[in-house]
Design a protein around this ligand. Sequence first.
Ligand SMILES: [Zn+2]
Ligand SMILES: [Zn+2]
Length: 150
Amino acid sequence: MCDSCDYKSILRESGVRPTRARSAVLSALGEEARPMSVEEIHARVLEPCPIHRVTLYRTLDILVEKRVVRRLSAGARAFRYALAFGKHRHEHAHFYCRRCDSLKCIDPGAIPLDSIPIPKGAGLLEKVELRLDGLCYGCIARERDAGEEG
Ligand SMILES: [Zn+2]
Ligand SMILES: [Zn+2]
């Protein structure tokens, strides 16, 4: 999000003890506007805080459980992570490109998920996740270029 974001207080306010690993994960996520994969987070976190992949998974589990971080599905059994505050505070849809595996945020105003009508008796809503799957324009252009050459 920004250099001045106080991740330690955000963790404390969410009832999570601020450890170096947890702060490092939040600051890694805050540097990217788009949701990140575990591999990307790990690569980013390793320098300030060398942790094992297993520890990272456990850290992410806690942060998701405490709703500091959002876990989003991307493709088959894959997840991406984003901060649950700042840009990602409001529920919004994501576009997933099945070719390049990218997950892009869609402006919350474009598809308002906050006002989605929930049928009575469905249950107590805790989160809304909407993923639009398809091909991004980058991949469509690459495919077209490749077609013209061949
Ligand atoms: Zn793509
Ligand atoms: Zn997003």
